[in-house]
Design a protein around this ligand. Structure first.
Ligand SMILES: [Zn+2]
Length: 71
């Protein structure tokens, strides 16, 4: 069985809580690009960019929430 992923312009609702406005409207538009549909907060978690503790912490929390929701 082969799994096909949507293209880059597709969005993936994650039900994640936005760290800026607190609404669960955070989606991901690319592999490491998170956007809030409510307040337009966004963060790019690409490892090629600046690797700050906040980015790492957000990634860990995101991963944890995904596991909790879908696990
Ligand atoms: Zn927001």
């Amino acid at each position: 069985m082969q799994i096909s992923y949507p293209q880059n312009d597709a969005i993936y609702p994650l039900q994640l809580e936005c760290p800026c406005c607190g609404h669960r409207t955070v989606v991901t538009r690319a592999e490491h690009h998170y956007v809030c549909l409510n307040c337009h907060w966004q963060r790019n978690l690409s490892w090629g960019g600046s690797r700050t503790l906040g980015n790492v912490l957000f990634f860990v929390i995101t991963l944890f929430l995904v596991v909790v929701i879908f696990g």
